[in-house]
Each structure stands twice: as structure tokens, then as C-alpha cells.
Design a binder for this molecule. Sequence first.
Ligand SMILES: [Zn+2]
Length: 213
Amino acid sequence: MQSVVASGTERRCARLTLLEDPFYHRLAPGRERGAVEFGLTAGQVAAEMAAEKWGREPEAIASALKVPVAHSEAPAQTGRSVLFSEYGDRPPSITLHMRSVEEANRLVRSHHLERLLGVSDVGPIHLAHEVYHHLEAQRLTPGTAGFRIQTGRLGPLRFRTGLPSLSEIAADRFAAGLLGLVVPPKAVEFLTIYSLNPDYAWESLARLQALPA
Ligand SMILES: [Zn+2]
């Protein structure tokens, strides 16, 4: 468990998120660092703005923004992945999957990880992450759409797209900045999916350790 925290630096976690991007192979070599920094900066800017306007409680921010937060008790494991939370923008709503959150909290308690992680409840981390998606969807923050890559060319036409993973990187930085986390949300997630899917957790850790810190 300690090794997850030690290897899970924020930039490594962000790199891993970037690697999972459907357009990663379109990103020109050498632009990875710039992409990661773009995402982290977008999240940090939003966290500072939100803290100043609405404070640091994700619940209070969601309520100030009038985004309903539903607590779902339905099973939230689909295949290998474990779902903690979701954001839907039509109409705006956030769903927290309480079974996953509670299972994660049980794991934190039973392994005495509170001090290591600095949190005993992972719920606010996931809620803050989704609040960022709302801020970006409603253009209440500059967000990550400004980072574009070229995906194709047809005569004089150039096709460009954004990288969806940057929004995930920004959302995690937002949560970390807002809540003052000592461990990046993705590293917390690796720890907390362990009890639900140990193979996936260890595989993710091995991939994480192979990335530049
Ligand atoms: Zn997300």
C-alpha cells in the first residue's frame, strides 16, 4: 500500500490518464509533458476560482451551482472497472455510487490508511472531480478545450480534436487542489479499488511505476 503512495506522483498519475486517451497515438512525440501541464493548470485555475467563490466543500459548491447530487445504491462494477461517480450534463447531475465509495472507505479503515492518505472518506474526492466536469461543461472555467491536436488532413483542410483525458487530469487536480490532498486522486483510487479488483489495481500500479515521475 505504501508503494502505491510513493510511486503515485501526480504527474505519473496524469501520464497514465493521458496514455488511456483514445487520441493518444495522434499526439506528436514530445508533446506529452505539455499536454499534462495543460490539464494540471486548467484544474488548478478552476480550484482556485471555486475556492474563492464557493469555498472548499464539494457538496456546498454543487449546491451553490444547483447541481443535484444523487447517491446511488446500485451495483457499480462494470467488467474490470469500478465506477465511483458520474456526471451527466443534460440536465446537469452528479451521481455518487455509494457501494463503491463505502467499500473504499472500509478498505481505508481496515488498512489504517487514513494518515497515509489524509482522508477517511473518498466520497468528497469523487464529488469534487465531478464538480470540475460541471464547471467545464457549463464553461464556468476555461477548461482543457484549448489544447488541440491535428487528427487528419484532406487537401487544405485540417481536422483537429481535443484530448478527453485532459479533462480527467484537470478534474483530479481540481479535487486535489480544492481538498488539499496529499495523495493524487488516481493513487487513492488504485488503493481503493484493490478490494474490488486486486489484479486491476496491481496492474495499474505496475504501469504507473514505469512512467516518468
Ligand atoms: Zn472524470
